[in-house]
Each structure stands twice: as C-alpha cells, then as structure tokens.
Design a protein around this ligand. Structure first.
Ligand SMILES: [Zn+2]
Length: 237
C-alpha cells in the first residue's frame, strides 16, 4: 500500500485572548479584576470550527487556565479534538525583554495551569502580541516544544505600534516596556514558510503566522475588522 503524504495547505489557530489581556496591553488599570468573556469566546469558536469541520490550535493564556470557572470551557477544546498551545501566563507582549529565569517561570506557570485545566501539557507556543526573543526560543527548544508560532512577518507591526501609541495614554515606564510591541521592520523580512531556528539543544520549528505574499499584510481577523470599519470593499478583497 502506498502512503501518500499530503502537506497541509494551512494551519489555523486562535489566540484565546481575554478581555483583561486587551485592557492590560492598553494600560487600562481595570484589567487587574480580570474581566472575562472566555466562556463566550469558546462557545462561538467551537461552534464555528464545528460548522467548518476543522480542528485548530487554541493558544491559551495560563492566567485564564488557572481560574476554576474557565476549566470546563478549556476542557471542551480538547474533548472536541483541538490542539491547545501555550500563550504565556501573564500575557505581557513585552516578554521578549525578559531574562532566562523570568521566561522559565512564565512558561512553567502556564504549562502547569493549562495541564491542570485540560489534561494536556502544551508543547506549542505563541508569544503574546507575537513577542519573541532568542531567550524564549532557546527555552522552548530546551523544553522540547514541537514548535513556536510567534513570527508575524509583516510590515504592519511598526505601523500598528505607532497607531497604538497615539491612541493610548501610557506613562514613561509603560511606553518603555512596550517599545518593541508588535515587532520591528526587520521582523517583516522573516520567512513566510515554516523553518527551523538554530537553537540548542535542538533546532526549533517555526510556523509563521500567514501573511499575504508580496504585500505581507496579515490574514488576521483584527486587521480585517479594522479595515472593514474604513472600507468594506477593501476588507473583502
Ligand atoms: Zn494574545
């Protein structure tokens, strides 16, 4: 019998960012109460995946998995056959500036919480806000992660950061923390297809977030919604 290996046309993933994580990124102090729409997001997401008959990767934030009230929703993801990945514990897009021990604690806590909630110890990672650093990549490789999915090779990142700084009121410390938010111009030149980082003790597979070839604009619901608010035709295109 011949085994035919087909290459997947695409990977589908969803970052299960909660209401509090957006508030936190935007420097809104109300995030500390951890307002949550996680259960609703899981309901909608699972219904959509079921209607489309797809299994995807859900990148889950450890802080959410650590809350008892979310456990049932998160367990449903695994029961429905989806992959669950690690999206950090505190969802801080400035994690790229963290040192080795801080990164290790962040990954440990998220892995423990996600395993407790879902029964699965995650071995796939996406940085909050697509944050990545050599320290993070080496730590993922050391832990035997199957892949990282934090690279967003787009020119939109620095533009999004400039827009974000204009629209938010941040103090000096918060601005410094967020100085590299959403990536750099150099990130835009990263490969569009899967590749391996030269990490130790073994190479780490990178699955970049898909962007439109050439224009390098993300296929990303947030950007499409942003565009749709200005031009429905452009968003559809
Ligand atoms: Zn996120």
């Amino acid at each position: 019998m011949t085994v035919v290996r087909t290459r997947p046309a695409a990977t589908l993933s969803l970052d299960l960012d909660n209401e509090w994580s957006y508030l936190k990124t935007h420097g809104d102090a109300s995030w500390v109460e951890l307002p949550s729409y996680l259960d609703r997001a899981v309901d909608h997401g699972l219904a959509l995946c079921s209607a489309l008959d797809v299994r995807i990767t859900w990148f889950v934030v450890g802080q959410d998995a650590a809350i008892d009230a979310h456990r049932e929703s998160l367990a449903r993801l695994v029961a429905a056959g989806h992959e669950v990945g690690n999206h950090s514990y505190h969802h801080e897009p400035w994690i790229h500036a963290a040192d080795r021990s801080a990164v290790a604690v962040e990954l440990d806590r998220a892995e423990d919480a996600i395993e407790l909630a879902t029964g699965i110890r995650p071995d796939a990672f996406r940085g909050p806000g697509y944050a990545m650093s050599p320290v993070l990549l080496h730590e993922l490789a050391r832990r035997g992660y199957r892949y990282d999915a934090s690279s967003l090779p787009t020119i939109i990142g620095p533009l999004a950061r400039a827009y974000y700084f204009r629209r938010t009121r941040l103090d000096t410390h918060q601005r410094a923390e967020r100085a590299a938010l959403f990536g750099s111009w150099r990130d835009a030149r990263r490969p569009l297809r899967p590749y391996r980082w030269k990490t130790a003790p073994r190479a780490l597979l990178e699955l970049p977030v898909t962007v439109v070839p050439g224009a390098r604009v993300p296929f990303h619901v947030s950007y499409v919604l942003y565009l749709a608010a200005r031009s429905q035709r452009l968003a559809r295109a």
